[in-house]
Design a protein. Sequence first.
Length: 439
Amino acid sequence: MLTAFARAFKTPDLRKKLLFTLGILVLFRLGAHIPVPGVDYQNVNQCIKEAGGNGGLFGMINMFSGGALLQLTIFALGIMPYITASIILQLLTVVIPRLEALKKEGQAGTAKITQYTRYLTLALAILQGTGLVATAQSGTLFRTCQVGNQIVPDQSIFRTAVMVITMTAGTVMIMWLGELITDRGIGNGMSILMFTSIAAGFPGSLWAIKKSGKIIGGWGEFAIVIAVGLAMVCLVVFVEQAQRRIPVQYAKRMIGRRSYGGTSTYIPVKVNQAGVIPVIFASSLLYIPALVVQFSGNSTAGWAQWISTNLTKGDHPIYLALYFLLIVFFAFFYVAISFNPEEVADNMKKYGGFIPGIRAGRPTAEYLSYVLNRITWPGSLYLGLIALVPTVAIAFFQGSQNNFPFGGTSILIIVGVGLETVKQIESQLQQRNYEGFLR
């Protein structure tokens, strides 16, 4: 990986792209530290210190924003509205025929879906910004902080509107910065911004583990976490690269005097076909009961106490069991809507392709469905185990989940985006340094 980056810096046009991307990332991190107008920044810092870096119900969103959410900066919403909009559009593509038709139109249809994603991102940013400002004004953002209800001193309608508009503009700017990286940088802009947001919290989390440790002044726990993190990275890289290759043979056809087909290829089916989306879905769904209790104002009721006892603590057995089962369910659900065996079988039959030993048409679709179900099981179990690693770390280090960086969603996104970025850089290097047959 380091060799690829070194060679890229030696290539003039790739060096410009890398430096441009780094400049965009600096602007992105700078915006994560500029507070929204109307926020008492001293009170915010005091509440963050009292909370010990634990975002509670907002921990996951705070991770995706690089810590900007709890600091109430102009980039407080981060890239989360865009991620949510992209997932919603992807799910609606299966349900709405118009979107499915646009997806099949190629580049023009993809551009139209991208435009719809931008509009939906804007709407979600307004909605989430309004909810975040209302939460901060009511003091619910930091419930245990003494000055939690003094974060926003001026709660007039004008000041609230200014705060919401500022956060929405910050989200739109993040979306623009991501598209700039995609067009003029090294590509994959939104994923790189997500990578930066998550990686920005690693140094602080590691240092917090060192400060709270007791073995050799905290360096023992620090070394253990680094070792566990490296082992998890190796595991994630191994599984993310693993795939089941289904061989496909194309029959030779004569059209006029020319012969077409007769080639062999394969259909790559990844072990983790769903990526990190099942973990995000499961985490978001488990936040809903706690949010209902938090905003209902009736925390003394029997149902509210049961939810507070069983579904808000990350180390409770019921929470862990539901979390694991939801990840497995959403893994199968997402694979079912993103990979259509019947469509793949029809396309193969249309172009004269077949799987050796399997008849074309319905038998091929049944075989693909069988292979997909069998390979999704280890992928979903792997996602569930990776997501439960932070819980084991909490029990071992007696800390908060936010103080353990190598686990769950963060490690999956970090490794996935890192692998994709390296592949893009290597492909661009091959295009510029291809020597051909003659030297």
